[in-house]
Design a protein around this ligand. Structure first.
Ligand SMILES: *Cc1c(COP(=O)(O)O)cnc(C)c1O
Length: 356
């Protein structure tokens, strides 16, 4: 039975990736050993790490001035590591508050040093992306969140600023063509669009490091991890391998140019239906709508149990909205086929016929 998996995270992965990952758990690289029971310093795993880093660089269009890491701790640890590594003890960091994740990043940065909130859309429950706000020239960096997983907004244009821009791309990494060289640092938890929970990808322009004036704890110091090739300690080997398989899948199928087109088709398909259907409405400003997390609510919330019955019957999974927004959230991550979106749209139309 095929399940249409709209989970917000951990999210859907390509079937072939799941197949290859499960095979590696039994017999990795024809070693007759599991990936889970060999040294991370073996030649076989070093190849995995090197290829994952290279493919990440290639797909994000990064050059040799960037270093890629795969570390544990989730994107949430990066909320602390970013200011710890980039915010000078006398400096100031600027943050754009576009949702719960951005707010958590701000909270951690404030614990590390001077932090200024440059703009916020909290006044309207984060239903839009703030634009055109003033940016002080003397910031050590500016932090943005490219896609707001919970509220369903996404940055379509990148801010232009004289200081390095740091971007949390956890929920739309590699979903569209992005010239990563526009950023000083990009980070993403792997479990939404890149692989399995447990690994976090960080790409940083190396020249930005080592300037804070802080005595650094080793495990929180990017330079230690870069020097050790992400093997300062034992890295999360299995989720890194799943990321590699997902990166290979993306490249083989045509890379970010290909997936961007597919993702645009999926998003157009469901947003057209949300706008057409008399029983539903979107929750965000149209120009800021995410192509990854599609949030929508019902005009008559008392009908929700009826709709829930219908989509469950259609083998749809994971579309209940986040508790902060309510209603529904359909996550359209890279591995979700257009066909699944069509099934959801069909259910919305059948629901309208019955209850409008
Ligand atoms: C899910 C998510 C996070 C948190 O990721 P963890 O890996 O669970 O720490 C951070 N930022 C964004 C945008 C997310 O979607």
């Amino acid at each position: 039975m095929k399940v249409h998996n709209f989970s917000a995270g951990p999210g859907i992965l390509p079937q072939e990736v799941l197949q290859q990952a499960s095979e590696a758990c039994i017999n990795f690289d024809n070693l007759n050993l599991s990936l889970l029971e060999i040294s991370h310093r073996s030649k076989n795993f070093e190849k995995v790490m090197d290829e994952a880093m290279e493919l990440t660089k290639e797909l994000l269009m990064l050059d040799a001035s960037y270093k890629v890491m795969f570390l544990g701790g989730g994107a949430s640890l990066q909320f602390a590591m970013v200011p710890y590594n980039l915010l000078r003890t006398e400096g100031t960091a600027g943050y754009v508050n576009t949702g719960v994740w951005a707010a958590k990043a701000i909270k951690e940065a404030k614990n590390v040093g001077n932090t200024k909130v440059l703009a916020s859309s909290e006044d309207s429950n984060f239903s839009y992306i703030p634009k055109g706000f003033p940016v002080p020239k003397d910031l050590d960096y500016m932090h943005i969140t490219s896609n707001n997983t919970i509220y369903g907004t996404q940055m379509k244009k990148w801010p232009v600023a004289p200081m390095p821009i740091v971007c949390d791309m956890s929920s739309d990494i590699l979903s569209r063509k992005v010239d990563g060289k526009q950023f000083g640092l990009i980070y993403a938890g792997a479990q939404k669009n890149m692989g399995a929970a447990g690994a976090t990808m960080i790409a940083v322009k190396e020249e930005l490091l080592g300037k804070t004036g802080r005595t650094m704890l080793s495990m929180l110091d990017y330079r230690q991890h870069i020097k050790a090739g992400s093997m300062y300690n034992t890295p999360p080997v299995f989720p890194i391998y799943v990321s590699l398989l997902t990166l290979r899948w993306l490249k083989k199928n045509g890379g970010v140019e290909w997936i961007e087109k597919v993702n645009q088709q999926k998003a157009a398909c469901i947003y057209t239906e949300i706008d057409r259907n008399s029983l539903f409405k979107g929750t965000c400003e149209k120009e800021d709508r995410s192509s990854m997390n599609v949030c929508f609510v019902m005009h008559k919330p008392e009908l929700e149990p009826e709709f829930d019955k219908l989509w469950k019957e259609a083998n749809i999974s994971g579309i209940r909205g986040h508790r902060d927004v309510g209603g529904y959230r359909a996550s359209l991550y890279n591995a979700l086929p257009l066909e699944s979106v069509q099934v959801l749209v069909d259910v919305m139309q059948a629901f309208e016929k019955k209850f409008a």
